[in-house]
Each structure stands twice: as structure tokens, then as C-alpha cells.
Design a protein around this ligand. Sequence first.
Ligand code: NAD
Length: 213
Amino acid sequence: MRALVTGGCGFIGSNLVKRLVSEGWTVDVVDNLSGGTEESISELKIRRMPMASLLPQFYYNLDKIGQKRDPGEVLFIPSDFSDLGVLAAIRDKRYDIVFHQAAVPRVSYSVENPAETTFENITKTVSLFEACHDSVKRVVWASSSSVYGGAETLPTPEDHQKDLLKILHYAIIQLHIHQKDNESADERQLVLDELASNLPKDLLDVGEYGEGC
Ligand SMILES: NC(=O)c1ccc[n+]([C@@H]2O[C@H](COP(=O)([O-])OP(=O)(O)OC[C@H]3O[C@@H](n4cnc5c(N)ncnc54)[C@H](O)[C@@H]3O)[C@@H](O)[C@H]2O)c1
């Protein structure tokens, strides 16, 4: 299987990349290193693509000489996941699955910088999902337990009532993306309705651990 992992140098992304490689997947990582570090995947065999705009040509050239990617080698693209080169490679059907783990996930930062974090976490994600539509088999996206507004039931079931009054900007961003699965009409008014149509409910992962969330 061929995967693109956005945010593959971050906490969740880097662990995911290592696991996928160990299971024989062919993995491309796109990360702009705004939060993560290349060292987080340095134990792997890395091939660095100088810029994302070269990605479609790279795959075109491989096709031309009849060569396949080496599954033991991670292709690292130090770029924004919404770069046109990355989106073109997705549209060219170079991946079976896109694991979208790139984000500016810090709660307090999202409250202090709502415009920037909305752009980073929602607008760019819409571009990514648009490229994925009809191009990949599946998109796996990380949600957050914060969408429940500080639920006291742990583990929190996916259909748990969301306390909108307690939800912070960070959580609303996450809600925007997977709200399509919710049933309350009141909540639905808050969201961008079409965003999550590609996301199977059972693949929304919430409540990991580590810095930031
Ligand atoms: N860690 C947790 O416990 C937890 C819990 C719930 C949800 N999540 C969600 O999981 C996702 C990943 O969280 P994390 O803890 O791994 O965060 P992280 O900050 O460790 O990793 C995010 C990565 O995304 C990269 N990135 C940010 N913007 C980018 C962009 N525009 N283009 C390319 N790369 C970009 C950063 O450089 C970083 O490496 C987030 O959506 C977060 O909300 C995490």
C-alpha cells in the first residue's frame, strides 16, 4: 500500500510512519517542520525531495523508466501539505491512503491566533480533501477529544453529547471537519457541512497523548 502522511514529523505522524514502514507500506511524508523535527523519523532510510513542486515529475520519471518506489525508503517532502505539487501527486493517484496528521494543534495558540489556525487547520484541509476526492481510497484524519467540550465520561463514546458552551476554538476547528457525523440540527448549523464526507466514522481517532493536545 502507498501512503502519504501529512505531519509525518510530528508526534502522531512520526510514530505512524515508523509503523507503516515496518509493515511494508511505501510512505511519503510531507511536513513543513513548523512543529515537528526531521529527527523524529531519522532512524528510517530517508530520501529528501528538495521541493514539493518536483513530486509529480519524480513519479512521472519513475513510471517512464518502469521503476517502483523502494518500500524501505521514506520520501520526505519538507513542504506545506497544501502545496500544489503535493495536491497534484494525490490527484495523479500516487497514494492509496492519505493520513492527515498535520496541524497546528496547540489549544492556547488557537485561541490567541484564531485566523491563522483556522487557515492552517481548516482552509488547507479543505484543499487536501478536495484533492483526495475520487483520488484515494481513504482519508484518515485525527480528531480530538476536545470536540466533546471536556466530557467526564472516559473513554468518551463517539455519540457523546457535545457541550458547545465549553468548546474552544481548537475544538470547533476539529468539529468543523467531522461534524457531518453528528445528529443534532443545532450543532449542524455551526459547521461546514460537506467537509467530512470522505471520512469513515470508524477512522476518526481521538484522545491520544503527547504535547499540545
Ligand atoms: N497528540 C494528541 O494527544 C492528540 C490528541 C487528539 C488529537 N490530536 C490531533 O492529531 C493531529 C496531530 O497531532 P500531534 O500531536 O502529532 O501534533 P504535532 O504538532 O506533534 O504534529 C503536527 C505536525 O504537523 C506539521 N505541520 C503543521 N502544519 C503543517 C502544514 N501546513 N504542512 C505540513 N506540515 C504541517 C508540524 O510540523 C508537525 O510536525 C492534530 O490534528 C491533533 O489535533 C492529537
